[in-house]
Design a protein around this ligand. Structure first.
Ligand SMILES: Cc1cc2nc3c(=O)[nH]c(=O)nc-3n(C[C@H](O)[C@H](O)[C@H](O)COP(=O)(O)OP(=O)(O)OC[C@H]3O[C@@H](n4cnc5c(N)ncnc54)[C@H](O)[C@@H]3O)c2cc1C
Length: 388
């Protein structure tokens, strides 16, 4: 179903700093709710390379007065140096909530020949080449986009690693990339695809579009994954992530072997009791050595030992159960700005615009010594609705 509605005003020529203009050269309906856009640089200059799993940030001109920043994983083959592909799920209005604004804009207004502003690629949810371990690519709904890119990357390694592509969705109508994944699996005996439909339609049953029904279960995973030391990449909506993280951990997959990306804050995994108990609790200042760098979200939070494995203060806040607002995660949009009460930070990526004196962009900063960040007087910066 292609929805082409009244066109929004076109962006003026010239991209915002940090962004590049791309032309849409292809648009494809991948399922009832997901549309892919193929993108090439408008200036004809070569595309930068990207790692399978990375994302780009789009600057969408909703009106002459308003732009919106939204992040989309690159879903295409990283070896294709001629174009990028993003695949966007339309977030429809439901249960009284309005439709998603960015996805509606892309679905309704962006056609072949239009131009979009993009920044990136960015992101550390990437499929490493430094091991020969078999790989499990496990997705729910639109969470499959970065994993399809990883599938292409792994396929190019030609059997060097066994790949299990496990995808769960509602039914065949909303199942994107079925043919693309099946084609890869058919051509590569070391790629095994499994599709689990929660509520298959009669047509799905007749056409045998799926392999299991209901929710992914422990038994299904056990039957699909012979005992081995897997590297797992997990991406999907919060309930999917929570359930499958738990299943994988219960099946004995080590925490450090499960790589995941949320299309929103990651705090939800911490709410899983089993998982939470399996994690090392954040070290409080009383028990941590005094020279440990600590981060405190004032006024309620106690100082917590900084985890050097965190890429940013934003990740650290999410890891500790906070839900700061964010959008681009690469220092462009300033959504995650927060008041710095005490201490200092260093930037891992230079923010596009220097944040105001006494504030910090959480997404691209790390503490350089103990820091206190103001949670309470900017309470509305936390607790934003999750994107999915
Ligand atoms: C790293 C990363 C990669 C991503 N990759 C992809 C991808 O490949 N494909 C993809 O489709 N998405 C992806 N996303 C998600 C994407 O960035 C957007 O969050 C998504 O498209 C929704 O944006 P939106 O503007 O359409 O919805 P928004 O307008 O931001 O709304 C989000 C949700 O909140 C609901 N909502 C809005 N207002 C209210 C309200 N007042 N009360 C209650 N609910 C409300 C909406 O119905 C919607 O479901 C990714 C996100 C991240 C962080």
């Amino acid at each position: 179903m292609n929805v082409v509605a009244e066109r929004a005003p076109r962006v003026e020529r010239g991209a915002a700093p940090g962004f590049r203009r791309f032309r849409v050269t292809g648009r494809k309906q991948e399922s009832e709710s997901i549309v892919s856009f193929e993108l090439v640089p408008a200036d004809g200059v070569a595309l930068p390379s990207f790692l399978a799993g990375q994302y780009v940030t789009l600057r969408l001109p909703l009106s002459p007065a308003e732009t919106l920043l939204r992040t989309y994983s690159l879903s295409g083959d990283p070896a294709d140096a001629t174009r990028w592909r993003i695949s966007v799920k339309r977030e429809s209005a439901r249960d009284g909530a309005p439709a998603g604004r960015g996805s509606a804009y892309l679905h309704e207004h962006v056609c072949v020949g239009d131009e979009l502003e993009l920044a990136g690629p960015s992101g550390a949810f990437v499929c490493g080449d430094d091991t020969a371990r078999p790989v499990v690519l496990m997705s729910g709904g639109v969470g499959l986009t970065p994993l399809v890119s990883m599938l292409h990357r792994l396929r190019a390694m030609d059997g060097a690693r066994r790949v299990h592509f496990i995808h769960a969705c509602e039914n065949g109508a909303v199942h994107a990339f079925r043919h693309e994944v099946e084609q890869v699996a058919a051509a590569h005996p070391d790629v095994l695809a499994h599709f689990c439909y929660r509520q298959p339609s009669e047509q799905d049953r007749i056409a045998r579009h799926f392999h299991s029904e209901g929710l992914l279960s422990r038994e299904t995973l056990q039957s699909l994954l012979p005992l081995d030391d897997y590297e797992v990449y997990l991406c999907g909506p919060p309930a999917f992530m929570q359930a499958n993280w738990g299943l994988l951990r219960n099946l004995g997959v080590a925490r450090e072997r499960i790589h995941y990306e949320f299309f929103g804050p990651a705090a939800v995994l911490e709410q899983d009791a089993d998982v939470a108990s399996a994690r090392v609790p954040p070290a409080r200042i009383e028990s941590a050595a005094m020279h440990t760098t600590t981060v405190r979200f004032s006024p309620q939070g106690e100082p917590v030992a900084w985890d050097p494995a965190c890429g940013s203060l934003l990740e650290f806040a999410e890891q500790n159960g906070y839900e700061p607002a964010f959008s681009c995660r690469i220092g462009i949009c300033n959504t995650c700005v927060m008041r710095l009460v005490d201490g200092d930070v260093e930037y891992t990526e230079t923010p596009l615009e220097t944040p105001p004196e006494g504030t910090v962009l959480l997404c691209c900063a790390k503490p350089s010594g103990n820091v206190t960040l103001a949670l309470s007087d900017d309470a509305d910066m936390f607790d934003h609705p999750r994107t999915s």
